[in-house]
Design a protein around this ligand. Structure first.
Ligand code: SAM
Length: 247
């Protein structure tokens, strides 16, 4: 039987604890009782555990698990999405689906064509974005939660040193398909599997100055095909391509 998987907020050597809304849901809706078995993620490691104690008390609710043994955890897809900030509802959809697909991290970036009011409001959305990633990780039975970084100016992220293979999705690019760039990186004779950073533009696309900056900073422009995709579609399609090459 597939056991439910929970991501603990706190833990030590022998126990892990869920609090607040998660604990409330587990106790009230799923009727958690001492002895119930579950899988618990604590500190990025996955454990077989049993419920040791349930305390129902609104925001202070708590479910404490006794850790039994460590299980093999599946690693995240080694991809960080560098996503231009755009309409929050669409971005949040992308964030949830990218989490299900195994993304390792998401960096929201303020691009030239990010609307001003969204750029200003982005900082205040981080906690909400982290909650979405937490819930989606749990739902997808991941053993980790993708890192949701604080928003940053695009130019700062593009110039930041990185060991990853850096790719920018560009709808006007025709010569190089994303799959081709991924396969080339995998074929390099290196010990470690490569990791990737993939940048996705806002609704209005990249500004010419941004394209030049990507190019001069060593990012490779790639295509996802001849059709213009919405940014969230591009994010999901890109992750599916990487997953099909690596998993
Ligand atoms: N500038 C475009 C327009 O209005 O014609 C739209 C940009 S598109 C909605 C948003 C982002 O998705 C792009 O900046 C790019 O990163 C990515 N994207 C969309 N379609 C793509 C494709 N066929 N190949 C590569 N990237 C694509």
């Amino acid at each position: 039987m597939t056991r439910r998987r929970w991501i603990a907020e706190s833990w030590d050597e022998t126990s892990a604890t869920l609090t607040g809304a998660q604990a409330e849901h587990l106790a009230r809706v799923l009727r958690a009782q001492p002895g119930m078995e579950a899988e618990v993620v604590a500190g990025g490691r996955l454990f077989h555990a049993t419920v040791a104690a349930v305390t129902l008390s609104g925001e202070k609710s708590e479910v404490r698990f006794k850790i039994a043994s460590e299980l093999r955890a599946d690693p995240a897809l080694p991809v960080t999405l560098v996503m231009a900030v755009y309409k929050f509802d669409r971005m949040e959809w992308a964030l949830e689906k990218a989490t299900e697909l195994g993304v390792a991290g998401i960096v929201p970036v303020v691009a030239c064509r990010t609307e001003k009011h969204l750029a200003q409001a982005a900082e205040k959305r981080i906690e909400r974005w982290r909650r979405i990633a937490h819930e989606a990780s749990q739902q997808a039975r991941r053993s980790d939660i993708p890192a949701i970084h604080a928003p940053i100016a695009l130019a700062d992220r593009v110039r930041m040193p990185s060991a990853a293979t850096r790719i920018v999705l560009a709808e006007q690019e025709r010569a190089t398909a994303l799959r081709h760039a991924i396969e080339e990186a995998i074929a390099k004779p290196e010990d470690k599997l490569p990791s990737f950073e993939i940048a996705i533009g806002p609704e209005g696309g990249w500004a010419p100055a941004e394209e030049t900056l990507f190019d001069s900073s060593g990012w490779r422009a790639v295509s996802l095909g001849p059709r213009i995709l919405r940014a969230e579609t591009a994010a999901i399609a890109a992750l599916a391509v990487v997953a099909s090459c690596l998993e």
